[in-house]
Design a protein around this ligand. Structure first.
Ligand code: UDP
Length: 495
């Protein structure tokens, strides 16, 4: 059965972070494949990063365009070019970037008003609460896109709407999250980022919550079969329609779209495949901690040693801004030592290309939602190493709900961005043990692999014709069409 088509014009406003831009670009493609016109609003540096991906989509006759708006970086004290969270020189500057983003409201509205054909619907990241006001003034619906899945957002909702964090005695004691379908335990330290923290973060969270309440519906990169109870409870808690339309990464079909998702990889894709081709099926551990984490050199050395000790083949993508790790690697002759079974690459990983290779049998992940879902889609069990934000919740989901993960054992969040010098939260023995537990042949590990494989098959089915995510995309489009026809969305609240 072919997917119903549409001539709607969607405006997509992704947050300037790889973990938000990448899935939004996939959503743009999915909508354009239904015949929709899609305009992505972003800034020049971000537009540049995704230019080749979007150009390929345009060449394939998809009606996608990018409109570039300038952030007033100097006004908020940011250096030129700092248009994305991973480009900030320090984590403390994230408020400045949010401030600059908040100033885009007027210019965004002006460009949207000038569009032909006229815009019919805005899908914006939760980080742009002002898009609700813009949509209201334009008389079109605004759907909100939350980066993480329903499980994490339901947990955050439950915490934000109860006084549970005030009732726990210490930051490190585990407590049971209230009102959830499963028993999920977390500490206050792990939950500290959700609407708490400093005044600016609290204000922003409240504004996003308010805009979320005014939004017409919620778009989630997930699939119903993965977290059905949580999708239902999340929709109930928010009192909104929730459309799970993912895993959106599975919309990438051509070699280049799979290999160059986000950025160009730091390794030639063919060399990477050649290396993987030479390995036994399911034998390799892939290590990548997302786009925002920057381990200290001391932490990276622990990872290096742990991987070496584990005796398992690995491909490890790491960031080494200062070149300090590089010095250690050459001084120790590390690459020579591991050359028969390990590959270390500095820079951006062609993640879904690697995850979908038959040789990969395990993934050490920081539990960002996209990486989590990409691991699930590839049917691969994971070693969970959360760092910050909602990553500890994603770890709970992988380990306790889905039962496809092994914890590396870290308990306390690290700060977003570059890790402090000397900061080590995970020791080489932890890395070794987690990798061995994941990759060994014990019944428990085999069972984990079976479960992961089944979830991978379910993920693919959800995105196929007749699958739940494909159907949800149809329902979402139909809903927008109906609302436009009877204009009930005009009652959206101004925030
Ligand atoms: N990613 C990638 N190569 C890298 C690092 C990240 O392709 O070297 C992609 C990854 O596939 C995912 C996104 O960047 O789609 C990261 O999003 P996630 O939510 O996992 O984590 P974040 O980077 O936001 O912490």
């Amino acid at each position: 059965m072919a997917s119903p088509s549409t001539d709607l014009h969607f405006i997509l406003v992704p947050l300037m972070a790889q973990g938000h831009m990448i899935p939004m670009i996939d959503i743009a493609r999915l909508l354009a494949e239904r015949g929709a016109t899609v305009t992505i609003i972003t800034t020049p540096v971000n537009a540049n990063r995704y230019r080749s991906v979007i150009d390929r989509a345009i060449e394939a006759n998809l009606k996608i365009q990018v409109l570039e708006l300038q952030l007033e970086l100097a006004k908020v004290g940011l250096p030129e070019g700092c248009e994305c969270f991973d480009l900030l020189p320090s984590a403390a500057l994230k408020h400045n970037l949010f401030e600059a983003i908040a100033m885009l409201e007027e210019s965004a509205e002006n460009v949207i008003r000038g569009l032909i054909p006229p815009a019919n619907c805005i899908i914006s990241d939760s980080g742009f609460p002002w898009t609700t006001d813009v949509a209201t003034r334009l008389g079109i619906p605004r759907l909100v896109f939350y980066g993480p899945g329903c499980f994490a957002f339901l947990c955050i909702h439950m915490v934000a709407n109860s006084d549970i964090l005030d009732r726990v005695e210490s930051d490190l004691d585990y407590f049971v999250l209230p009102g959830l379908p499963d028993r999920i335990e977390i500490t206050r330290a792990q939950a500290s980022g959700w609407g708490r923290g400093d005044e600016k973060s609290k204000e922003r969270f409240e504004r996003m919550e308010k805009a979320g309440k005014a939004a017409y519906g919620i778009v989630v990169n997930s699939f119903e079969e993965l977290e059905d109870k949580y999708v239902e409870e999340f929709a109930k808690a928010k009192g909104k329609k929730v459309w799970c339309i993912g895993p959106v990464s599975l919309c990438n079909k051509s070699f280049l779209d799979i290999a160059e998702r986000g950025e160009k990889g730091a390794i030639n894709e063919r060399d990477c495949l050649k290396w993987l081709d030479s390995r036994e099926s399911g034998s390799v551990v892939y290590v990548c901690l997302g786009s925002l984490t920057h381990s200290s050199m001391e932490q990276s050395i622990e990872v290096a040693m742990g991987l070496e000790l584990s005796n398992v083949p690995f491909i490890w993508f790491t960031r080494d801004k200062e070149g300090e790790l590089e010095k250690w690697v050459s001084k120790e002759g590390y690459e020579e030592r591991i050359k028969d079974r390990g590959l270390i690459v500095r820079g951006w990983a062609p993640q879904i290309l690697i995850l979908s290779h038959r040789a990969v049998g395990g993934f050490i992940t920081h539990c960002g939602w996209n990486s989590t879902l990409e691991g699930i889609s590839a049917g691969i069990p994971m070693v969970t190493w959360p760092h910050f934000a909602e990553q500890f919740l994603n770890e709970r989901f992988i380990v306790d709900v889905l039962k496809i993960g092994v914890r590396i054992g870290t308990e306390v969040p690290v700060s977003f961005g570059v890790q402090e010098k000397n900061e080590v939260t995970v020791k080489m023995e932890d890395v070794k043990k987690a990798v061995e537990d994941l990759m060994n042949d014990k019944e428990e590990s085999k069972e984990r692999r079976r479960r992961a494989k089944k979830l991978g098959e379910m993920a693919k089915r959800a995105m196929e014709n007749g699958g739940s995510s494909q159907l949800n995309m149809t329902l979402m489009i139909q809903d927008v069409i109906e609302k436009l026809a009877n204009k009930t969305i005009l009652v959206q609240e101004i925030v």
